[in-house]
Ligand binder design. Sequence first.
Ligand code: NAD
Length: 309
Amino acid sequence: MTNTQPTTVGFIGLGNMGSGMTRNLQAAGFPLVVNDIRREAAAELIAGGAIWATTPAEVAAASDVVITMLPTPRHVDAVVNGPQGILAGIADGGTWIDMSTSVPDVANRVRADNAHRGLHILDAPVSGMSVGAANGMLQIFIGGEAADVHRLRPVFEAMGDPERILHVGAAGTGYAVKLMINQLWFSHLVATAEVLAIGVKAGVDLDVLRASLVASPANSNFVENDVLSILDHGDYDEGFAIALACKDLGLSIDLARSVGVSAELSGLVEQIYRRAKAQYGDLAGEMTPFKLYEDLAGTELRRSVAVPA
Ligand code: NAD
């Protein structure tokens, strides 16, 4: 990447996350080449000067850096290794960053099969929800070579909060950090829903119960902050579909299995998430398992004095 020639960024996957991330890359002045199976997802970017490519291979051939932001490892595999995939277009020595929440298998296979090509491959999954993607304040967890992370920092800074763009270790560690964050957050959600439902059913006022938890050693960021989107606004975050949350929980357990650590609690949380997915549908928000407990308690858990959004 030189300072005279702007880096052309190829971006594949213009969904809830990719749409905001590409808008911010474009606003930061990076020429874009984009692709998605839904061409309409690129309309606004094309109006802003982005070039449409019909295949991932074309994206890779026309860019200095290719980014993928796709639902699952299966999608990443197809986009990278498919007949018109990234590997069919990327130049030797080229750079691919996978920002999807995923596991290292696909990238490891690409590295092993293409060792002679000198590719630079990084995993850089994110936290911060679709709102963080839209306002360029994502937290980014990067696994890969330090020199690559340094070289690509301006690209990451266009999408993320500069203070929270973290190089977390060698290739694969970005995926692991992201999966562990989601695992713990989903566990917090289920535990909080259970406790609030039981306490309210036992006759405690919801505000009093939550205030007591916040003031106690059992406080968490979830109890103090994140649960308020439900308690104040009935918002279960449809910007992140529960089908993808179940995918993350499954990957997290796959990772536990692959490193030989038992994951009983994670397994239970995964099953609760899958039950909510079956009950409320694939597109329900990632916080919908909370609703299972509201249904059990026979009441929506809402604060009496909601704070405006
Ligand atoms: P999404 O389903 O909204 O978007 C995925 C996009 O990929 C869609 O536009 C889809 O058309 C496209 N796509 C699928 N297959 C493709 C293919 N073969 N070729 C080209 N495009 C293809 O998903 P999302 O919510 O944007 O999530 C993307 C990734 O980011 C996932 O791994 C998710 O777990 C992770 N993530 C999501 C959030 C969130 O809040 N939504 C937060 C952090 C991380």
